[in-house]
Design a protein around this ligand. Structure first.
Ligand code: SF4
Length: 511
């Protein structure tokens, strides 16, 4: 092990580690389900303010850039068509990509699940004698809990994206897929840098302020020694081009370029849905992605890697194609539309639920609308965290409007809700209290509408209730599910007269 690496206990739950561990240890799945987690998150007033400021800024910037693009809808149509073609012929394009990557000297691996992908990365690191790796584009590796896995193998994984660095040093988890530290403000970042950088490398200056250039400079110097030392980089990838056998990475800070060029070995974990048929297809996505993600006209750094070059850049390149549930998603003709996602986060930035709840409540590296449609498909609906996600939505449909690849969120969410209810009925999994309550309500509604006599009986009851309440709001009731529902909602008292009786009085007598 290199002399710079040392195990640190501070902040790591009393366990000495090479890298900072999240405050709540364990994988995302260890988190409570959305409806529980969201209560804690809603109490974090500073976080809510940070989220509101950040999402509003990004939303406005995106809207401006979109308004500058007269062909925006044509671009969206083109992106949808390209991605649909990929979905229909994924087997063909993956084989073509493998053939052309291999011809370019890239080692191609296939991973059925996250554990297999992690094992491949760790083995390459061991073969190269690397006891630390630098990372960029980490969403896919967070899906596989790679950092935790490498830590267990004695390999330190350093995040190098500024926001990812803040998250990692803050013993935290990402809260957003493009701006992982969106829930933190400058004062919090200063505290994190001041107290944590010194434990894992070059310290931040004692007199560092909240000024963004000072914070950025501290991060740059802290990371520089890691870039210069690391023998291996681990990245994700935005796209893989089948016809040229190329890996495409777009980024804003230049840390990606450092990871992609300095270490001897580059290992990229890429979801199988990231393949594009041709180099020309890239044009569409390079216009859509930066405008949708951060409201930029173009990304500052676009890297296209087509194999290795002697004496320049990494001398060994690996691409790991990750399935991890994606072929199951592909099997569903509606659900597969979520695989078009290019991870721009427009749907997240526009989502009123996300803006208030924050990313952590979703129990997945994919929060917001894309998380609600993708995570339960990738992981299934057997776990309470995943079963709750299709309900983490008000079905307002704003996400449908902004998605650059036109994912039909509301249709998929309704189908997933149906799947959750069907799985609850099947006795294979324990009944979820809230979903069981909702099913009970639906059964009652079905009974009420099945016969007009039932409906009239309900009307008699509601009129009686209306007379008792006399216009007051419906208050606490001694029914557990209804109690929880009413806790967050104002419900008007039912009218003391129904529409039918009103009609009889006001219309019938006038004939
Ligand atoms: S679902 Fe659409 S809007 Fe959301 S992150 Fe993916 S591409 Fe962007």
């Amino acid at each position: 092990m290199s002399t710079e690496l040392r195990r640190v206990t501070y902040g790591n739950h009393g366990v000495a580690r090479l890298t900072p561990a999240p405050d709540k240890p364990g994988p995302y799945m260890g988190m409570p389900k959305f409806s529980k987690a969201v209560k804690d998150e809603l109490n974090l007033s500073v976080q809510r303010k940070n989220m509101r400021n950040a999402t509003t800024t990004i939303r406005n910037k995106r809207a401006l850039r979109v308004s500058e693009s007269p062909d925006w809808d044509d671009l969206r149509d083109a992106a949808e068509a390209i991605k649909n073609r990929v979905g229909r012929h994924l087997d063909h394009y993956l084989v073509e990509a493998e053939k052309n990557l291999t011809a370019n000297g890239v080692h191609v691996h296939w991973a059925r699940d996250g554990e297999e992908a992690n094992r491949i990365v760790a083995q390459i690191a061991k073969d190269k004698g690397a006891d630390e790796v630098v990372k960029i584009k980490s969403i896919t590796s967070q899906e596989t809990d790679l950092n935790e896995y490498l830590e267990e193998q004695g390999i330190a994984a350093w995040e190098t994206d500024l926001a990812e660095l803040i998250v990692q040093l803050g013993h935290d988890r990402p809260s957003h897929i493009v701006v992982p530290a969106i829930h933190r403000n400058r004062a919090e970042v200063r505290e994190i840098f001041l107290h944590e950088m010194k434990n894992y490398g070059r310290p931040a200056p004692e007199d560092i302020s909240e000024n963004p250039p000072e914070l950025t400079n501290a991060a740059r110097l802290h990371l520089r020694e890691k870039f210069l030392r690391a023998k291996m980089a681990v990245s994700g990838g935005n796209f893989v081009l089948a016809d040229t056998g190329s890996l495409v990475i777009v980024e804003s800070e230049g840390n990606g370029r450092m990871c992609l060029t300095l270490p001897d070995t580059l290992v990229s974990i890429v979801g199988i849905e990231k393949v594009l048929p041709t180099f020309d297809d890239l044009e569409v996505f390079l216009k859509l992605l930066p405008r949708s993600a951060t409201g930029e006209r173009m990304n500052p750094y676009n890297s296209v890697w087509s194999g290795v070059t002697d004496g320049d850049g990494p001398q060994e390149q690996h691409v790991i194609f990750l399935d991890n549930g994606r072929t199951d998603v592909l099997a569903d003709t509606l659900g597969r539309e979520a695989l078009r996602c290019i991870r721009c986060a427009s749907c997240i930035n526009i989502c009123p639920v996300y803006e208030r709840a924050g990313g952590h409540a979703y129990g997945s590296v994919y929060p917001g609308p894309i998380g609600a449609v993708l995570t339960p498909q990738l992981r299934g609906v057997d776990h309470p965290v995943d079963r709750g996600l299709p309900y983490a939505c008000s079905l307002c449909g704003a996400c449908n409007e902004v998605c650059p690849v036109k994912i039909p969120f509301t249709d998929i969410l309704i189908k997933l809700r149906n799947k959750v209810v069907e799985s609850e009925k099947s006795d294979k999994i324990p009944q979820d209290y809230e979903i069981a309550g909702e099913m009970g309500l639906m059964k009652t509604a079905s009974w009420a509408f099945s016969d007009y006599k039932h409906f009239e009986a309900i009307q008699v009851g509601s009129r009686g209730m209306g007379r008792v309440l006399r216009g007051k709001k419906v208050g606490p009731v001694p029914v557990p599910v209804a109690q929880r529902w009413l806790k967050y909602r104002d419900v008007d008292a039912p009218p003391s007269d129904t529409f039918r009786t009103w009609w009889e009085k006001n219309r019938e007598e006038k004939r």
